[in-house]
Design a protein around this ligand. Structure first.
Ligand code: HEM
Length: 406
């Protein structure tokens, strides 16, 4: 059944479908750029038989994400379901789908574990995780899959440290995340994988009611004792944090290494002067625009964005790649410019739901690139028929495997 547009001003979709696939990993889908040059906001049809407004230009994207009349509640009728697997009933268990004032309450509870101070306390542990991961790979010898053996292992172990759980469950987290975040997973496997992940986390949380540890689970258990959060909400927040922080960071490492392998001059420059790494990582994050197509919203009131009259109840999708390459905002957007020194890209979102883990992500990414560049200076793609396999079908854009040798 097709959901008719709720706005009388709709221009019609003109055959526009959302989402579109990328043909170049380091550029937005060509159609998004084409639409963006036609208008700041266009209407498109989704594969779920819905229609939604697609926001494409930088200024309008910020306006939408920061607008107080915008909701992230996935249970609202016209909430755009871009891909299957959008969790319903998440609006009171997961920060990403909570509106104010509930969102502010739970975000404040969790923020303690994500402050700059907390990230700097975690720094020695992050370095240990990165060096141990690289040591293990160097001990095995190549060729190895960079994505599975390094890029995914680092953020999974970091999440265990953040949550305050044993590293022994990181293998299960990595396996279950892969199942639950790929849109290629058949429905029955998705259901089983989600249940297994919830059961695993349930055990970890239950164990900490008796013996709380330092970490996000311990912090939320303190709030539970004060009567501020329910068990099922702790479970939802932890599940969401794993999904939000794992494949994103991993793909930034893998895609970033692909960029460095393709640009020996740049690689030489940052290896010789690792103080350039933060600038490089920031522009990589802009270019990768990894969670493009996942920022769904619903208008709670009538509003005008980019000259379009959006009606209360209309669904919107905020793109990430289109504004991150918007020529109105960026000079030479297709260039990886490590001296750009500009953190105001949209890759971590914006407004009240801007990524809570961005400081942590940056810290682990700086260490991952520093150690990969300096400890494996001869790292290259392995001699294989297909050393790189991209992943275009998940909630996170990126790679499936990158075979390397050194
Ligand atoms: C390069 C890595 C990352 C990228 C590109 C990224 C991207 C994003 C984006 C775009 C949002 C906003 C979603 C929206 O507005 O609908 C978000 C939210 C969030 N991210 Fe990240 N993220 C990254 C790493 C992390 C890490 C490492 C963690 C934690 C371990 C994390 C935890 C969260 C949480 C909890 C939210 C929800 C915030 C809220 O709704 O208030 N992210 N992330």
């Amino acid at each position: 059944m097709t959901t008719e547009p709720t706005s009388g001003t709709a221009s019609g979709t003109d055959g526009r479908w959302f989402p579109q696939l990328r043909h170049d990993p380091f550029r937005p889908p060509a159609d998004y750029e084409f639409w963006r040059e036609e208008a700041p906001v266009v209407e498109a049809e989704l594969h779920s038989d819905q229609r939604a407004w697609v926001v494409l230009r930088y200024d309008e994207v910020r306006q939408t994400l920061e607008h107080p009349g915008i909701s992230v509640d996935a249970e609202r009728p016209h909430y755009p379901k871009v891909r299957e697997g959008v969790t319903s009933r998440a609006s009171d268990t997961m920060l990403r789908h909570m509106d104010a004032p509930m969102h502010g309450k739970y975000r404040r509870m969790m923020t303690r574990q994500f402050t700059a101070k907390r990230v700097s306390e975690l720094q020695p542990e992050l370095l240990r995780i990165v060096t141990d991961t690289i040591d293990a790979v160097l001990a095995t010898g190549g060729p190895v899959d960079l994505h599975q053996e390094i890029s995914l292992r680092i953020p999974t172990a970091v999440i265990c440290a953040l949550l305050g759980v044993d590293y022994s469950i990181s293998g299960d987290i990595q396996r279950l995340s892969a199942i639950t975040t790929s849109s290629a997973t058949p429905a029955d496997e998705l259901k089983a994988g989600t249940q297994e992940m919830y059961a695993l986390l349930d055990d970890e949380i239950n164990a900490q009611y008796e013996n709380p540890r330092d970490g996000l689970i311990g912090t939320l258990i303190e709030e539970f004792r004060k009567g501020e959060i329910e068990h099922r909400q702790i479970l939802g927040q932890i599940y969401m944090t794993i999904v939000a922080g794992h494949e994103t960071t991993a793909n930034t490492i893998s895609m970033g290494m692909l960029q460095l392998i393709a640009d020996p001059e740049l690689r030489k420059r940052v290896t010789a002067d690792t103080s350039l790494i933060p600038g490089m990582v920031e522009d990589m994050i802009r270019m990768h625009s990894l969670v493009d197509g996942t920022l769904s919203r619903v208008a709670k009131e009538d509003m005008v964005i980019g000259g379009r009259e959006i009606k209360a109840g209309d669904g919107l999708i905020v793109t990430i790649s289109a504004p991150n390459f918007d020529p109105r905002r960026w000079t030479n957007p297709y260039e990886l410019d490590i001296d750009r020194n500009d953190r105001k890209h949209i890759s971590f979102g914006a407004g009240p739901h801007a990524c809570l883990g961005q400081n942590l992500a940056r810290a682990e990414l700086y260490l991952a690139f520093e150690q990969l560049l300096t400890r494996i200076p001869t790292l290259r793609l392995a001699d294989a028929a297909e050393p790189v396999i991209m992943q275009n079908d998940g909630f996170v854009y990126g790679v499936r495997s990158v075979l390397i040798d050194w």
